[in-house]
Write a protein that binds this ligand. Structure first.
Ligand SMILES: Nc1ncnc2c1ncn2[C@@H]1O[C@H](COP(=O)(O)OP(=O)(O)O)[C@@H](O)[C@H]1O
Ligand SMILES: [Mg+2]
Length: 319
């Protein structure tokens, strides 16, 4: 159960308290440094259980008998070709689309049978960053971040201010940006504000659809770093849709590959890379894939299939 405290209910040891704010409203230590020695969140019970999911649009069968579990504390990356149904899968998990058949449980409850009040509560336990950023262009940064809190009801103005400013700090944006309009922000800043809004209700689960798409490499790296920091600081579970191989390798506890309308494999990246499948060979074992995989720490690199260890500059003919 979440509260609207600024300290968080699950990670009191790791989430900065308002006392960690200096009088100028900036964090005494950047969050990244404050959490880098913390252990990763422990892996716990499944909080998303997708069973035998089929989804069609007319004749277009997007998912067929798809299964996927996501456990508390994980960062699961969902990869797959364009149009393979990644966004459609998370839209069904969020209750924004109805499955044609099959079941989806969130936090242990079947989302097709829960009553509207519990569904509303469930939504406050999940933060979402949609593919196209989707800040309200007519609202300031402050009002964008405050919006999910305001939707819940009356919150005293000074508490709301503390909540918004803390979240802004947590995503590494100085509070002077609070009054800016989205059009005045860079792409990386828009993603940060989107992340601040996604975590404003202190969710347990964060779903991110292509959070680094369209960013330059440096801004992408910063967003990846921020996701990793928030995962540790808030003890989050993260579902991350991405095409970005470096982000996938850097962040995933497991990667779920969607191909042929189902989840082909959901495993640590070094295992998934060894699955015999055309999409996996092309995506993981091409030049860019190998370069990304070879950045794994030595003990995980040792588990890669031999083809992933070929020099990243050598082209490999797909077999
Ligand atoms: N609302 C919709 N109505 C009809 N078809 C849709 C709708 N949303 C998605 N699709 C189709 O479902 C397939 C998967 O789309 P999507 O989940 O967006 O793929 P991805 O996110 O993997 O690129 C595509 O063929 C797309 O055209
Ligand atoms: Mg998509």
């Amino acid at each position: 159960m979440n509260t609207l405290s600024t300290t968080g209910t699950r990670a009191t040891a790791s989430t900065p308290s308002p006392g960690a704010l200096t009088t100028t409203g900036t964090l005494a230590t950047p969050l990244r440094e404050a959490v880098e020695d913390l252990p990763l969140p422990a892996i716990g019970e499944p909080i998303i259980e997708v069973r035998n999911l089929t989804k069609r649009y007319g004749r277009n069968i997007v998912h067929q008998h798809l299964n996927l579990d996501i456990r508390r504390g994980e960062i699961v990356t969902i990869v797959g070709g364009s149009g393979s149904g990644k966004t459609t899968l998370v839209r069904q998990v969020l209750g924004l689309e109805r499955p044609t058949s099959g079941t989806i449980k969130m936090f242990g409850e079947d989302i097709s049978t829960i009553d509207p009040e519990r569904a509303r509560l469930m939504r406050t336990r999940t933060g979402m960053l949609f593919q196209h950023g989707a800040l309200f262009s007519s609202l300031s940064v402050y009002d964008n971040i405050a919006q999910p809190v305001r939707e819940l009801g009356e919150v005293p103005a000074d508490l709301l201010r503390d909540i918004v400013m803390l979240k802004l700090e947590m995503v590494g944006l100085p509070c002077k940006h609070a009054s800016k309009m989205p059009a005045a922000l860079s792409g990386g800043m828009v993603k940060r504000v989107g992340l601040a809004r996604a975590i404003v209700l202190e969710p347990e689960l964060l779903i991110l659809d292509e959070p680094t798409a369209g960013l330059d490499p440096r801004s992408s790296d910063e967003v990846v770093e921020l996701i990793s920091t928030l995962h540790r600081a808030l003890g989050l579970t993260v579902v991350l849709i991405t095409h970005d191989l470096d982000a996938m390798v850097a962040l995933s506890t497991r990667v779920a590959v969607i191909a042929e309308r189902k989840v082909l494999v959901a495993a640590p990246v070094e295992e998934a890379a060894g699955v015999d499948d055309p999409f996996i060979r092309e995506y993981f074992l091409g030049m860019r894939g190998r370069r990304a995989l070879q950045a794994l720490p030595p003990e995980r690199r040792a588990k890669l299939p031999p083809a992933a260890l070929l020099p990243a500059s050598v082209g490999v003919k797909p077999c």
